[in-house]
Ligand binder design. Structure first.
Ligand code: HEC
Ligand code: HEC
Length: 250
């Protein structure tokens, strides 16, 4: 459907005509003629589509030539549990919060933890063992019957004490993978977030770029590149700085 639209929309009626003997006519007739064939084409195509598809096509045709999906309004319930920030960061890479929100009610900690584990096992979500436990605990509190002070919730929410910054902690590729950056960003093309090359270009002559990007990486944000939001990232200042330097070099 999208492919068809793109094809139709990009096809200027005049191109359809190339090589047509009529092309020797005055430009006015040519224009009228091409508009005529263009609308004929549209009618034929519309007639062969189901009503909803043709309606959608008409809407796309008359509006701007861009299809925007409605943004989901469901957000993750706020919580002081560390699993909340982790979920913000790692659970919106591939799908909206709707998937999480529409699970059957009353799932317990075990059920939520295995739902999160499935994201890692089956779909390759970038989650460590402690991320899985901690997000499972958070989800079972906000969506299930578990309580913040249940002993099993407390123990599952304990995050590993971060090792002192070593060379490994500043390995940019590891940081990019472990924090899910690569789920939303590519070097060359836009995914959920802007391409790293586009970011480097935008900040090329900005002498304060590194510190601006450190803030953006740590706090997340929205509105600078579009209406998608980047959640706050769980990295320290040094790690954010290494990431910002890497991105600006692209
Ligand atoms: C790497 C991509 C990816 C990430 C990251 C991810 N998911 Fe999913 N998730 C999927 C896919 C794929 C499906 C299945 C979609 C379908 O069946 O239509 C899914 C479906 C779901 C479902 C619906 C039930 C099911 O098992 O199909 C829930 C609940 C869910 N995800 C929760 C989460 C949570 C919580 C997180 C964060 C820990 C998360 N997802 C992160 C890819 C991902
Ligand atoms: C869930 C998706 C998602 C994840 C995960 C994510 N980003 Fe983003 N990122 C975005 C979006 C969306 C934007 C655009 C925000 C805006 O328009 O202001 C963005 C913007 C940025 C920017 C530009 C900020 C600016 O001020 O112009 C940088 C730099 C960046 N991300 C780096 C990272 C790094 C590094 C990571 C991993 C530590 C990461 N992102 C993880 C979605 C994501």
């Amino acid at each position: 459907m999208v492919a068809i639209d793109a094809m139709l929309l990009n096809q200027s009626p005049l191109t359809l005509h190339r090589g047509n003997p009529m092309s020797n006519n005055t430009s006015l007739t040519r224009l009228l003629n091409s508009a005529f064939i263009g609308s004929l084409l549209t009618i034929v195509v519309l007639a062969s589509m189901s009503p909803s598809v043709s309606q959608a096509y008409a809407a796309v045709d008359t509006a701007i030539k861009k299809i925007t999906l409605p943004a989901s309004t469901i957000t993750l319930p706020k919580s002081a549990l560390p699993g909340y920030n982790l979920a913000l960061q790692k659970c919106t890479i591939c799908h909206s919060v709707d998937y999480i929100h529409h699970q059957p009610p009353g799932m317990d900690q075990k059920a939520w933890t295995s739902a999160v584990l499935k994201m890692q096992h089956s779909y390759g979500a970038p989650l460590s063992e402690s991320d899985i436990k901690s997000i499972g605990a958070y989800l079972s509190v906000v969506y299930g019957s578990a309580k913040v002070d249940d002993p099993t919730i407390i123990s599952a929410s304990q995050l590993p004490i971060s090792a002192p910054p070593s060379d490994k902690a500043l390995d940019v590729q590891v940081l990019l993978t472990n924090n899910g950056c690569t789920g939303c960003h590519d070097i060359n093309k836009t995914i959920v977030g802007p391409a790293f090359k586009a970011i480097a270009k935008k900040y090329k002559s900005d002498t304060g770029a590194i510190s601006k990007l450190v803030v953006s990486i740590r706090n997340g944000g929205t509105g600078k590149w579009g209406n998608m939001a980047m959640p706050p990232m769980n990295v320290n200042d040094k790690q954010a700085q290494a990431l910002a330097e890497f991105i600006l070099k692209q």
